[in-house]
Write a protein that binds this ligand. Structure first.
Ligand SMILES: Cc1cc2nc3c(=O)[nH]c(=O)nc-3n(C[C@H](O)[C@H](O)[C@H](O)COP(=O)(O)O)c2cc1C
Length: 329
């Protein structure tokens, strides 16, 4: 019998490996390639529609034409505006109609997503950076957790993979490790630690299937761990990016007025929305352009183990072999 984990059983996949949602990097071809190889590609709805230009349902159908295997969807459920919430509700409903059965919720209270997804026989895992948010997820009925650690790409956590697992395991939910996994050995190691799987982002940008520019991909391959810095200038909270000339020129801290408004309860949400809209636009622009002079390239510390641009299927198969060998040992 091939080895399995709670994640492979919950998601109906062979390899406990997610290609995490990435704005702006999740294009349909990348999502499909990871799923087709036995992992699970997770759709980022804004990336699918706003960056890659697909109607949401048609984008899902395009992925379905590329693979018949399961795919996932990320639902960012922060209550920043009513219009956004309504749009997310529509996306979740469409995804369920199109047979998506695995959802990863980020931020906010996941209970409304859990309600709808469970009624359709699906499962929800919730992104967390510490136990406090995991308890909120548990109260909302999620089936598992995605633990975002201090080495992740995108919004980083504050705990190491080891500390976070220790904090979360007593909740008795499957925990997926997100952050810092660049090599097959890293993958096998976190599964040995007790994680039910891993969510990778940065590793999958350096693939032919990802539509990011060649310069961005080469930037990831070239970067060492020391080239990853955290900037607050994109969203108001720390995001991991490659230290390019544009990052050095703009600095990594939010300006004093923005910091003040981000700290106050009444203006925080409003500031986040402004930051969010601005960063959506500038990240979209930076995805396809070959210009580190002006753009942000998000990447995590897993760059340390990424030495080449490699097809997504090759990565999934290599990682699966390391996991199976380690499980058999
Ligand atoms: C370019 C980029 C964009 C990301 N965008 C999102 C996003 O839109 N939503 C989300 O939940 N996570 C996002 N993430 C986090 C990933 O889904 C994943 O958890 C993370 O990349 C894991 O760390 P790694 O990059 O070290 O593999 C993003 C990560 C990267 C690198």
């Amino acid at each position: 019998m091939p080895p399995s984990t709670a994640l492979t059983r919950d998601a109906g996949i062979e390899v406990p490996l997610l290609c995490g949602a990435m704005f702006p990097c999740s294009n349909p071809e990348l999502v499909a390639a990871v799923s087709e190889a036995g992992g699970l590609g997770v759709v980022q709805p804004l990336s699918l529609t706003y960056v890659h230009g697909h109607d949401f349902r048609e984008g899902l159908r395009l992925i379905r034409r590329l693979t018949a295997k399961p795919i996932g969807m990320n639902a960012l459920i922060e209550q920043s505006s009513r219009a956004y919430r309504q749009r997310m509700e529509r996306w979740v409903a469409i995804a369920l109609e199109e047979d998506v059965r695995f959802f990863v919720t980020s931020l906010g209270d996941p209970h409304w997503v859990v309600e709808r997804v469970s009624a359709a026989g699906g499962v929800v895992y919730h992104d967390v950076t510490e136990r406090k948010w995991a308890e909120k997820g548990l109260a909302g009925g999620v089936r598992g957790l995605v633990a975002v650690n201090d080495r992740a790409g995108g919004h980083v956590g504050s705990r190491s993979a080891e500390v976070l697992l220790e904090e979360l395991l007593p909740l008795e939910l499957p925990v997926v490790c997100a952050g810092g996994i660049g090599t097959a050995e890293d993958f096998a190691r976190v599964l040995r630690l007790g994680y039910a799987g891993a969510q990778l982002g940065t590793r999958f940008i350096a693939t032919p299937e990802c539509r990011a520019s060649e310069a961005y991909k080469r930037g990831i391959v070239r970067a060492t761990e020391r080239d990853i810095v955290l900037t607050e200038r994109l969203t108001g909270v720390p995001v991991a990016v490659i230290d390019t000339p544009s990052v050095r020129r703009l600095g990594t801290r939010a300006g004093p007025i923005a910091r003040f408004l981000l700290r106050r309860r009444r203006t925080k949400r409003w500031m986040r929305t402004i930051y969010g809209l601005r960063s959506l636009w500038s990240l979209k622009r930076g995805l396809l352009r070959d210009s580190p002079e002006r753009d942000y390239w998000q990447a995590g510390r897993s760059v340390a183990g990424i030495n080449g641009i490699e097809p997504a299927a090759g990565i999934v198969h290599r990682f699966a072999a390391a996991w199976r060998n380690s499980a058999a040992a």
